[in-house]
Ligand binder design. Structure first.
Ligand code: ADP
Ligand code: ZN
Length: 215
C-alpha cells in the first residue's frame, strides 16, 4: 500500500514527478489542479466558481477543494493507495484530510517535499509558453519554437497562459509561502516528511525520491 502526498513550490515539476511515482507504485495520481482545470474547461458549477481564483493565482476556497477530494477518494481505484499532487495547500486542508483518513482507518506513508530555489523557479515559469491550438509546450529560453510565436507542430499561436505571467507567478509564490509552506512543519511533526533537494533533471529527482522512499 502506498499513500503519498507531494509538496513543493509552483513550477517544481510536481506534475512530472507525480506521473512517474504513480506509475512506479501503480496508484492513481490525483492532481487537484488538473481536476479544477478540467472543470473550468467543461464549465461545470465548480469550474465557474474556481476560474477567477485560478487566473489570479489565488487558492480556491478550502470547502470546494475538500468536496472534490472526498469524492475522488471514494472512487475504487484509491483502495490501492494514492498520490496527491497540489493538495493539501493549506493547514485547514491538511487537517480535514487527516480527519477523512482517520475515519477510514488509514494513514499516510510519506509526504515528499521537493525543494527548489525561488529565482530558478521564476525563470522557468515566466518563460513557459504553450500552443493555443494543439497545446504543445515551449520555453522561450530552453525550448523556443523555430519561428517566434508560431507552433512548430501545427502553426498555431504560441502564447503565455494567464497564470504564467510574471505578476501571477509572483502572486502564486506569495500564496505558496504564506499558506502552503507551513505544511512542511505540520508534516515534519508527524515524522513522515521526506525532503528532496531538486538537483539535475527530472529523472535524477525521481531516482532521489525512490531512493528515499525505499530507504
Ligand atoms: P501549480 O501549477 O502551481 O503547480 P496547480 O496546477 O496545482 O498549480 O493548480 C493551479 C491552480 O488551481 C492554483 O493556483 C489554485 O488556484 C488552484 N488549486 C489547485 N489545487 C488547489 C488546492 N488544493 N487548494 C486550493 N486551490 C488549488
Ligand atoms: Zn500547435
Amino acid at each position: 500500500m502506498a499513500r503519498f502526498i507531494l509538496l513543493g513550490p509552483p513550477g517544481a515539476g510536481k506534475g512530472t514527478q507525480s506521473v512517474m511515482i504513480a506509475e512506479q507504485y501503480n496508484i492513481p495520481h490525483i492532481s487537484t489542479g488538473d481536476i479544477l482545470r478540467a472543470n473550468v474547461k467543461a464549465e461545470t458549477p465548480l469550474g465557474v466558481l474556481a476560474k477567477g481564483y485560478m487566473d489570479r493565482g489565488e487558492l480556491v476556497p478550502d470547502s470546494l477543494i475538500m468536496d472534490l477530494v472526498k469524492d475522488r477518494l471514494a472512487e475504487p481505484d484509491c483502495e490501492k493507495g494514492f498520490l496527491f499532487d497540489g493538495f493539501p495547500r493549506t493547514v485547514p486542508q491538511a487537517e480535514a484530510l487527516d480527519a477523512i483518513l482517520a475515519d477510514a482507518g488509514i494513514e499516510l506513508d510519506a509526504v515528499i517535499d521537493i525543494r527548489v530555489d525561488e529565482d530558478e523557479l521564476l525563470k522557468r515559469m515566466t518563460g513557459r509558453r504553450v500552443c493555443r491550438q494543439c497545446g504543445a509546450p515551449y520555453h522561450i529560453v530552453n525550448m523556443p519554437p523555430k519561428k517566434e510565436g508560431v507552433c512548430d507542430l501545427c502553426g498555431g499561436e504560441v502564447y503565455q497562459r494567464a497564470d504564467d505571467t510574471e505578476e501571477t507567478v509572483k502572486n502564486r509564490f506569495k500564496v505558496y509561502n504564506e499558506q502552503t509552506l507551513p505544511l512542511t512543519d505540520y508534516y515534519a511533526r508527524t515524522g513522515k516528511l521526506v525532503p528532496i533537494e531538486s538537483a539535475g533533471g527530472p529523472k535524477d529527482v525521481f531516482e532521489a525520491i525512490i531512493r528515499e522512499l525505499e530507504a
